[in-house]
Design a protein around this ligand. Structure first.
Ligand SMILES: *Cc1c(COP(=O)(O)O)cnc(C)c1O
Length: 376
């Protein structure tokens, strides 16, 4: 299987051997026979049949040798980082990471003796300038939240490899349909499967994909940290990924049309979408992404972004992203609220910034809704 769309449907899926059904059965057991078995199977050991089915699908989609599925994106991220880093180690992070990841770094690493530097920007040069003699790992996220900045994965991966550093990319925003960081030489990919992989705003999960050699220490740490996912949600996730390619293709197209509509709207002062030629990351995005994704953000000319969100009828104002429904949020009131006006200004987050996760509805309906809410 070479194509994404076939892998989404078939990779990893067990099939029901007894009655020849086409879907993986849900194995709810937490107790498995151990006599005459090579492996002791247990949910927290991340090796149940449903875990393996989803992991295989995600590994195939990322073109990686191996994957593991966790109970949340943060479980995947924290387990991965703690499996590699130890006391005395240093890591470099790009600017503009997901808020939960930033909080994790700021509140947990120091007391384990792990130091870190946030690079000045998402530019490869600034990221490599932050490397120190005890740096072990570089952590990236592209496109980033909420300004959709693009990091040149190949440039960072090449420089990191020369310096003997492990590279990790949070591929949540792009999804493996639009971006496979392994192609640019990245070592490890992490996902919040709560977003596009799950895709229906009804499950919380995470994943990591990498080589067999790198997954082994992550697996070992993972069974101690205990962030495994239950069989029912594993099945739900497997079911969702079967339509990932179809959903993301539709979402890519919708987002491009909406970004172009907003770019010409007199009440919008700026649009951040890597699929627009005026976006500073457009050239790199075109090189390393096969689609520009469903996330965009835009600045309203009016300051009251809450009033705008209240005027929307079809598009819901709510948190999270990556579902079939189009939603918006205002970073100044959600993810970047704690920074205050000055802090937001420093980060380039305008008070009237709206972040949008484009869904699979008809773009004509979405544009009509945006148009009536923008016109006042
Ligand atoms: C949501 C998200 C996470 C965290 O995932 P959870 O499933 O909420 O733990 C990490 N990275 C990005 C980019 C996200 O959007």
């Amino acid at each position: 299987m070479k194509d994404h769309s076939s892998k989404c449907v078939h990779a990893g899926t067990i099939g029901n051997i007894e009655n020849t059904g086409v879907n993986s059965p849900i194995y709810t057991s937490t107790s498995f026979q151990f006599i005459d078995r090579e492996e002791t199977v247990y949910p927290r050991y991340l090796n149940t049949p449903n875990e393996k089915a989803v992991a295989e699908k995600i590994a195939a989609l990322e073109d990686m040798e191996s994957a593991l599925v966790f109970s949340s994106g943060m479980a995947a991220i924290s387990t991965t980082l703690f499996s590699i880093l130890g006391s005395g180690d240093h890591m470099v992070l790009q600017k503009g990471l997901y808020g939960g990841t930033t909080n994790f770094i700021l509140s947990e690493l120091e007391r384990f003796g792990i130091s870190y530097t946030f690079a000045k920007s998402q530019e490869a040069k600034d990221i490599m300038d932050a490397v120190e003699s005890n740096t072990r790992l570089i952590y990236l996220e592209t496109p980033s939240n909420p300004l959709l900045s693009i990091t040149d994965l190949e440039e960072v991966a090449t420089a990191a490899k020369k310096a003997g550093l492990i590279t990790v990319v949070d591929n949540t925003f792009a999804s493996p349909i639009n971006q496979q960081p392994v192609k640019q030489g990245i070592d490890i990919v992490v996902h919040s499967a709560t977003k596009y992989l799950g895709g229906h705003s009804d499950l919380c999960a995470g994943a990591v994909a990498c080589s067999q050699a790198l997954i082994e220490p992550i697996h070992k740490t993972g069974l101690n940290f205990g962030g495994s996912l239950n069989a029912l949600d594993l099945y739900l996730l497997e079911r969702s990924i079967k339509t990932l390619d179809v959903r993301v293709s539709r979402i890519n197209r919708n987002a491009q049309v909406i970004a172009e509509f907003l770019a010409y709207h007199p009440n919008v002062s700026r649009v951040n979408y890597p699929g627009l030629p005026e976006h500073p990351g457009f050239g790199i995005a075109r090189k390393q992404m096969s689609g520009f994704g469903g996330m965009l953000s835009f600045e309203l000319k009016e300051a009251d972004s809450i009033a705008f969100q209240k005027r929307l009828r079809l598009i819901r104002s709510s948190m999270s992203l990556g579902g079939v429904e189009t939603i918006v949020s205002s970073p100044a009131h959600t993810s970047h609220r704690h920074l205050g006006i000055e802090g937001r200004k420093r980060e380039g987050i305008a008070e009237g910034l709206i972040r949008m996760s484009v869904g699979i509805e008809s773009f004509a309906d979405l544009i009509e809704d945006l148009d009536q809410a923008l016109e006042k």
